[in-house]
Design a protein around this ligand. Structure first.
Ligand code: FES
Length: 185
C-alpha cells in the first residue's frame, strides 16, 4: 500500500491561502452580483398601491400633509416606515402627491399656504405650489407619486420613493429671458 504524498509546510500554507482567497472572493462577489442582478429582481417589485384616505380629506385648492406606512416595511424600520407626503388637490379630481423630500439633499420640505410655496429648511430650496423649482440649490422640482382615485379614495403607488431612477417627473430649469432666474416648470 502506497502512502500519500506528505503534506509539507509550504503546501499547507498554500492551501490555507487558497481557502482564504476563496472566502474573500465570495464575500466580494455576493454583493456585486446582487447589485448587478438587482434591477432584474426589482422589476415590478416594490410597487404597491395604497390609499391615503377619502378625497374629502383633501379639499380642492389646498395642499395638505398626509402619511402612509411603507407597504414594504421591515420590523427594523420602526418609525421610519411612516412616510409623509404632500397632497395637492388642484380641483376637478386632479391631484399632485409630492414626496416630502427636497430634491437637493432630501430634507423634508414644508408647505407655507400664505406664500403658496414649499420651503426647505436645510439650504433654502424653494418650490412653487405645483412642485416645480422656484429657487435655491435643488436642481429640479419635487418628486411626485403616481396616483389614482378609486371609490372616492386617493391611492398612490407607494412602494418606491419617487426618484429620477424610476418614474419621477423631471422639471427642466431654463433661464427666463436669457437671465439667471429659472422659469417655473
Ligand atoms: S436639502 Fe433642500 S435645499 Fe438642500
Amino acid at each position: 500500500m502506497s502512502e500519500g504524498k506528505p503534506v509539507t509546510r509550504r503546501s499547507m500554507l498554500m492551501y490555507i491561502g487558497i481557502a482564504m482567497n476563496a472566502v474573500v472572493g465570495l464575500a466580494v462577489a455576493v454583493p456585486v452580483v446582487g447589485y448587478l442582478l438587482g434591477p432584474i429582481k426589482r422589476k415590478g417589485a416594490y410597487h404597491r398601491w395604497i390609499t391615503l384616505g377619502p378625497i374629502s380629506n383633501f379639499p380642492a385648492g389646498q395642499t395638505r400633509l398626509a402619511e402612509f406606512v411603507n407597504p414594504f416595511k421591515t420590523p427594523q424600520d420602526g418609525e421610519t416606515a411612516n412616510t409623509p407626503c404632500w397632497v395637492r388637490h388642484i380641483g376637478g379630481g386632479k391631484f399632485q402627491v409630492f414626496a416630502i423630500n427636497c430634491a437637493h439633499l432630501n430634507c423634508p420640505v414644508r408647505w407655507f399656504p400664505q406664500s403658496e410655496l414649499f420651503m426647505c429648511p436645510c439650504h433654502g430650496g424653494v418650490y412653487y405650489a405645483d412642485g416645480s423649482r422656484a429657487s435655491g440649490p435643488p436642481p429640479r422640482g419635487l418628486f411626485e407619486y403616481k396616483y389614482k382615485v378609486i371609490d372616492n379614495e386617493l391611492h398612490i403607488d407607494a412602494g418606491q420613493m419617487p426618484t429620477l431612477a424610476n418614474e419621477a417627473k423631471l422639471v427642466n430649469i431654463t433661464p427666463c429671458g436669457g437671465g439667471d432666474t429659472p422659469c417655473q416648470g
